[in-house]
Design a protein around this ligand. Sequence first.
Ligand SMILES: O=C(O)CCC(=O)C(=O)O
Ligand SMILES: [Fe+2]
Length: 278
Amino acid sequence: MRDHLLLKEYQDSELQLKYFNKFGYAFFKNVLSNKEVLELRNAMDRLTPIKESFDRDGIHPDGKFFEKHIKCVFNRDPIFLAYVDREKIIDFVASVVGHNVHAGSKISEYENFHIIGMTAWITGPGRKDQQLHCDWLPFPLPEDVIKDARVNVPLLVTTVHYYLDDLFEDLGPTKFVPGSHLAGRLPNGDTDWNGQGEQSVLCNAGDVLVFRSDVWHRGTANKSNQNRYLLQVHYANRMIAQKFPPYLNKFQFNESILEQASLRQRRLLGDHPNAAYD
Ligand SMILES: O=C(O)CCC(=O)C(=O)O
Ligand SMILES: [Fe+2]
């Protein structure tokens, strides 16, 4: 069994999509320059926590390790705005969650999805293993049903990982069980599926991984002596709520950042025209 995930970028977008549907993830090599990686890391270091937004910055409550986890960073520093619709990545994301579930609708892909979160995450030495999980499994199905060629489970949420380190096993890479979104269930303690075990994302700083919410994966222990830097961007079909805490009208868009946003960025931040349920 392989212990590291196959990280191949297919230049043909149809192939990239085909393997995303088959394995549950897609890889994009060298998306960010070294300068951009450094800028992002520095911006993450500068962020300060907002307690009501569920931010964390300090020693983790269930372990003696440092963790910084800051939500909705597109609203905190204009540097992060570019990662709302980073070139190349956003076209791919549009093709996987921008689809319209009502066949024949005239709504274009860019009008049918949005950002539901953007988190800056620094994990320090001593960070513990996560349990293998799905971020969200909206449609649990019997395996024989989900494998039927007539069944096409629509993807509602996908996450983009911008890796900001050269990953190695001791730094705590994300691990995936490729293809496990076709199990139709949560891992429930299993660590392999269909002959595939967990495989580490051993990529370089500036590389990007896009993955389905229903593929089995986990973050792993940081056994090194350095912090791991990760920017997570979560996207969903427009019908899925945005997760912008604090709730009950307490989240406020930062006007000075919004002024710098393009029309497409505003749209992805939630500036939709009226449609069903509005
Ligand atoms: O830390 C990672 O690499 C993955 C984290 C993750 O999967 C999660 O928090 O849901
Ligand atoms: Fe996860």
